[in-house]
Design a protein around this ligand. Sequence first.
Ligand code: PBG
Length: 326
Amino acid sequence: MFPAHRPRRLRTTPAMRRLTAEVQVHARDLVLPMFVADEVSSPRPISSMPGVYQHTLDSLRRAAADAVASGVGGIMIFGVPDPDDKDPQGRAGIDPEGVLNRALRALRCDLGDDTIIMADTCLDEFTDHGHCGVVAEDGSVDNDATLDLYQQMAVVQAEAGAHVVSPSGMMDGQVAAIRSALDTHGKHSTAILAYSAKYSSALYGPFREAVGSSLHGTRASYQQDCSNARESRREISLDLEEGADMVMVKPAMLYLDVVREAAELSDVPVAAYQVSGEYSMISAAAERGWIDRDRAITESLTSIKRAGADFILSYFADVAIGLLDR
Ligand code: PBG
């Protein structure tokens, strides 16, 4: 009798395929990134990310409540300041009355501990030059001067109500610096989600519009080069030593090998960020009828989980939940 082995048996019906699936994405695995802007009076659509908005504080609270009701595991909040409030140090990001910190306070008040509220702990949205840190006289980004600002920013975010602070600036030593500042201020329970392996990527393009970033130039002197995978092991190991509670790989779809490496290396949960460009590529092709949007969403998230991510940040999070079988 030939063939002796028939793997197709396990693919015969939807019920058999469901039963034998090796991984499945759950609503609780998904974290929805959201934008709150200072200067908008009604939610402003982001043209390069159809379906995503710069929220007002009120619309953010409503949208966050809806996302939580749908079952997402968490939300990640990015602040978009009034352009006039940007300065070389990104002070509007540290000000307890800045838009991001006001939003964190309101959300924690609305949502309590029912969902995980994460804050982006980075200066690029708030600096007039658009870099993730302080720019030195010679034009380079000053690592150690930036750490001092990240420490202040993280403490203010924790005090505003963030359960998780998320340093995304790729400065050396940022996790240790933030951990020590949080502990000094009694914020032992605030967790750090470290963007450990963050690549300098074209896929962040639409995010620039989303946060009104003023960056000219590149982040190549602090974010990783796409040629390097071994380097990610070093970045992740260092962040683990420095006290990261969770580590993240970003972007996701072009870096699934790195997600796999992270899953093998890490003894803490591993996240992956399906970034703005990943969202926009799927959305644009689907809008043209070139790919099936729902299938592309499900397949991309499942693949990221299969590679080893424990949870996934995705602008599709709320939409995806409607597509998952539960
Ligand atoms: C930096 C930050 C960026 C993103 C998340 N945090 C921008 C960058 O590094 O250039 C990009 C996220 C996305 O593209 O969805 N604060």
